[in-house]
Design a protein around this ligand. Structure first.
Ligand code: FCB
Length: 441
């Protein structure tokens, strides 16, 4: 058997990602909890992974022992600011403790300041549709960054603003369950204004801060390249889903298929681009799909689907995504802030992981400035409206007992982190079925 290793540059950062609502548990003061109690999710978050009860300690140990040198986590706005005029110092202290926990384990912290959840009071004041939200977000960000800056210099203002806006306000599966594309665009515009304010505020507080956001990017291809309608609708979805945020950050005007909105303060407000990549899709025109701007989405025929058919394994799409990022922002550092697959049996994850790391390596070898990879996720956690039906963890979680069980992918990822690369031996051991394809020589 030939032997080879896809090496990464020295100092490449390997980690995992989580978010507050998905792992903390007993998180009852935000709009997602409400959504859960309305029966809109598959089960409720409940105790989740019990990080609020202290189980972050054992999970951080697992991450450290698995060779990870960084962790991306989020803080919960509704805990830090439970009411408009009250800060919860005890909650802040708990986050400080968690962050110290990372430092003690020699792991770098990346903090996301907004990951899908809003305090109930904010929702009652109109949430992200209200023009007053940007100022409120800035206030929360200032307080939080002041309190946590000792432990973190890498900040992600908003996770997947495009998904928050489109799934909550056009597709309707996230709260508030609205199906009205123009409202989704208004939400994205307010998220841009809030991001821009947060970007400046963080730099004011911390000179060495690196600030960006995490974009969910999904390569979209016209199902029938000869069809004018398929091409047209593909272009619109690409613009509305993938490009709205980047367009405003590049030019100061948010461009969407529904119109242009000047947001001059957003121009240039990123020190890196965070990319969340999971899958790719084919797009065709369908009149009944008003919510998705008349786009019907399918996975490429023949592509391998995840356990619940939620995503397809399309590693080349990861490469395409990184290629788009570097073309759009030459020389801007790129961080892969999420990538992973739902797979309770860990049947597909080892090859999904190996194939995506391989594509990442290809990209890195063009000297594209990709600095980090965060796998989603460290341990199974509460997957939003899909609840506990989807398992993204390197470690399995028994929700009843809180017991964690290591999946083979955790060992594969640990070997990748320690080696700072992916070797043919690893592929042979964890996913021999793709060996020939990956190492044809
Ligand atoms: C992303 C979210 C993350 C998780 C993964 C599977 O869209 O940012 O919280 O749900 O999908």
């Amino acid at each position: 058997m030939p032997e080879a290793t896809f090496h990464f540059p020295r100092g490449f950062v390997w980690g995992t990602s989580t978010s507050s609502h998905q792992v903390e548990g007993n998180n009852t003061n935000n709009q997602w909890w409400r959504w859960e109690t309305m029966g809109r999710t598959n089960g409720t978050s409940g105790l989740a992974c019990d990080w609020w009860g202290g189980r972050w300690r054992e999970d951080f140990d697992r991450a450290m022992e698995g060779g990870q040198t960084a962790h991306r986590l989020s803080v919960e706005w509704s805990r830090i600011q439970p009411e408009p005029d009250r800060w919860d110092e005890e909650a802040i202290e708990r986050y400080r403790l968690m962050l110290r926990g990372l430092t003690d384990r020699r792991m770098t912290a990346m903090i996301t300041l907004h990951h899908f959840t809003d305090p109930i009071w904010l929702t009652e004041q109109g949430g992200w549709e209200s023009d007053a939200v940007a100022e409120k977000f800035e206030r929360f960000v200032r307080k939080t960054v002041e309190a946590l800056k000792e432990y973190c210099t890498l900040w992600c203002t908003i996770n997947e603003p495009n998904i928050y806006a489109l799934v909550g306000y056009a597709y309707g599966a996230f709260p508030p369950g609205v199906v009205d594309p123009p409202r989704a665009m208004r939400v994205q515009a307010n998220m841009l204004r809030a991001h821009a304010r947060a970007y400046r505020a963080i730099h004011e507080i911390q000179r060495e801060a690196r600030v960006g956001y995490a974009l969910a990017f999904r390569p979209l291809t016209a199902r029938n390249p000869w069809s004018l309608l398929d091409r047209w609708v593909r272009g619109r979805l690409h613009e509305g889903l993938n490009l709205a945020f980047p367009s405003a950050i590049s030019t100061g005007t948010m461009s969407t298929p529904l119109g242009r909105t000047p947001i001059p303060e957003a121009k240039g407000t990123q020190d890196y681009l965070g990319i969340n990549y999971y899958t790719s899709q084919l797009i065709s025109f369908k009149l009944s799909e008003r919510a998705l701007l008349y786009a019907r989405t399918d996975f490429p025929p023949g592509a391998e689907l995840s356990a619940n058919g939620f995503l397809a394994n399309v590693p080349e799409g990861f490469y395409k995504t990184l290629n788009w990022a570097v073309d759009t922002y030459p020389n801007l550092p790129i961080l892969v802030t999420e990538n992973g697959v739902e797979d309770a049996d860990d049947r597909m994850r080892p090859r999904y992981l190996a194939q995506h790391i391989h594509q990442l390596w290809r990209a890195v070898n063009f000297n594209w400035p990709i600095k980090a990879y965060f796998h989603w996720s460290l341990v199974d956690n509460f997957e939003w409206e899909r609840g506990w039906s989807q398992r993204f963890g390197l470690w399995a979680l028994d929700v009843e007992t809180q017991r964690r069980t290591k999946r083979p992918s955790a060992d594969l990822y640990a070997e990748i982190c320690r080696e700072n690369g992916l070797s043919s031996k690893m592929v042979e051991k964890y996913c021999p079925e793709i060996f020939k394809k990956m190492f044809p020589g």
